[in-house]
Every structure is written in structure tokens, then in C-alpha cells.
Design a protein. Structure first.
Length: 264
């Protein structure tokens, strides 16, 4: 029998080691995101007993459940924010964190997303955006770029994608940020700030999917997808000085007036 791999010692206290290895494909960014979330929780000094992680259906739904050594609620497709809202109303002392994919949170769960932001419910929502439905075969999602190839857009996506950060900002969220798993140190810091912010905090995390998205879009290896993130992402502060070119992706925090000016 193949010996199961073990997580790094610094994250062991937040993980159920018996759940390893993960179900993620080789090169999937969700494993990096899993570690970043746990390091952010450790950074803010929260104890698992005071937290509830809520996830839906999809690859990202497996990040907290069964891997996190905390209470987790694995819900139906598109409904993690709805379940999290109920949990927060019933147990307001809980620190409730939602983790889901772009298909789960922005497609079937899109209405829950904008209304939770509008109500400014005290939740932290982390959207692991891999630009595609990864687990169910590679269908187009609301964040799939124009022209990108998926199982359901074999001639290229013709629908303009949502800018999730702009959408949630417009709905009234208190804290809005975007970062990639390539920029992991910056990602940990952003996640920590989102966890501590009162009100509705939203973090979009760009997480590569070589299996379903990369292979269809001339990014066939994990290295190629990471290089794409490295070259495409531009920080808000840099964008304020240089502007944003076509194909670049803004990353950083969008909850201050200067950042909003760049985003819009």
C-alpha cells in the first residue's frame, strides 16, 4: 500500500492528518490555498473551537471538509453562504468562514453572495476561483475569461465574465480583496485581514486548474499556470502608478478609496 503523504508540521495542528492525501489533482492551487488559510488563522490567533467552516459542492468544497480540524458544514451546491448566514444568526459568537469555488459561489450561489454582501453579514467568504467547473468535467462558469475554451464552450467563451470583486464591492461588502496562490505570502496577509474584519469580507483567490482549464487553454502544466499568474497579476499600488494593461489582473485590497478608483 502506498504511504500517504503528511502535511508540513507548521499546519498539522489545524489539520486532520488522517484525511490525507487530498483529493486535489497534481498542480491544483487548492492545496496551497488550504495551507494559506490555516496560516492566516494561526496569524490572527484564532482557535478552531471558535470557528465554523462552511463549504459547498465542488473541488474547493473539499478544502475544509474533511481536512480541517474544526467544525465544518459541507452543504448543497451553491448554498454555503445561505447555511453560513443561518449559523451566524443562531450562534453569533462563532467566527464563520465560507470556502467555495467560482461555480459554487458565483453561479448557482450568486444571489446569496450579493445579498449577504448587501446585508453586510459578519462572514468571511473565500472564493477559490479556478475559472472553470473543475470537479464536474470542465464546464464554463461566470468567471471564465472571454474566448477561453471549456467543455461547454468548445469554440471559446462568448460571455463576458463577472469581476467578482467589483460585484461584491457594489453590493456593499466591508472588505474586498483578490490575490493568487502564486503570491502566497501576500495571500496569507490578505486572508488574515479578512478574518479580522467585521462585516462581510470577501477574498477572491486565483487558484490554477491545470487539469480542466490549463490543458484546454495552452497552459498544460502546473508550472505554466503559475507562470501565467506571476506574469498577469499586477498589484493595486503598482497599477495606480502605471495603469492596467489588457490581460492584466488586479490583485490586492479594494476596500479603500484609491483602490476603488483603480478597480472601476
Amino acid at each position: 500500500m502506498r504511504e500517504r503523504s503528511r502535511p508540513h508540521h507548521s499546519t498539522l495542528k489545524g489539520l486532520r492528518a488522517e484525511a490525507f492525501s487530498t483529493p486535489f489533482c497534481a498542480g491544483c492551487g487548492h492545496g496551497i490555498l488550504m495551507g494559506a488559510i490555516l496560516r492566516a488563522v494561526d496569524k490572527v490567533g484564532w482557535h478552531p473551537d471558535e470557528m465554523l467552516f462552511v463549504s459547498g459542492i465542488g473541488c474547493a468544497g473539499w478544502i475544509p471538509s474533511p481536512h480541517f480540524a474544526a467544525d465544518t458544514l459541507h452543504t448543497t451546491h451553491g448554498r454555503p453562504i445561505a447555511f453560513a448566514t443561518g449559523a451566524k444568526l443562531f450562534r453569533p459568537e462563532l467566527k464563520v468562514v465560507v470556502i467555495g469555488g467560482d461555480g459554487d459561489i458565483a453561479s448557482i450561489g450568486g444571489n446569496h453572495l450579493i445579498h449577504a454582501a448587501r446585508r453586510n453579514i459578519d462572514l468571511t467568504v473565500i472564493c477559490a476561483n479556478n475559472l472553470i467547473y473543475g470537479m464536474t468535467g470542465g464546464q464554463v462558469t461566470p468567471t471564465t475569461p472571454l474566448g477561453a475554451f471549456t467543455m461547454t464552450t468548445p469554440q471559446g467563451n462568448r460571455e463576458p465574465p463577472f469581476d467578482l470583486c467589483r460585484l461584491v464591492l457594489g453590493a456593499g461588502a466591508t472588505y474586498v480583496a483578490r490575490q493568487s496562490v502564486y503570491h502566497v505570502k501576500a495571500l496569507i496577509n490578505i486572508l488574515a485581514r479578512a478574518l479580522e474584519r467585521k462585516g462581510f469580507a470577501f477574498v477572491e483567490v486565483l487558484s490554477p486548474c491545470p487539469t480542466q482549464y490549463g490543458r484546454r487553454n495552452e497552459l498544460p502544466t502546473p508550472w505554466a499556470m503559475m507562470q501565467w499568474l506571476k506574469e498577469s497579476c499586477i498589484g493595486v499600488k503598482r497599477a495606480l502608478k502605471e495603469g492596467v494593461s489588457e490581460g492584466q489582473i488586479l490583485v490586492g485590497e479594494f476596500n479603500d478609496p484609491e483602490s476603488r478608483a483603480v478597480l472601476y
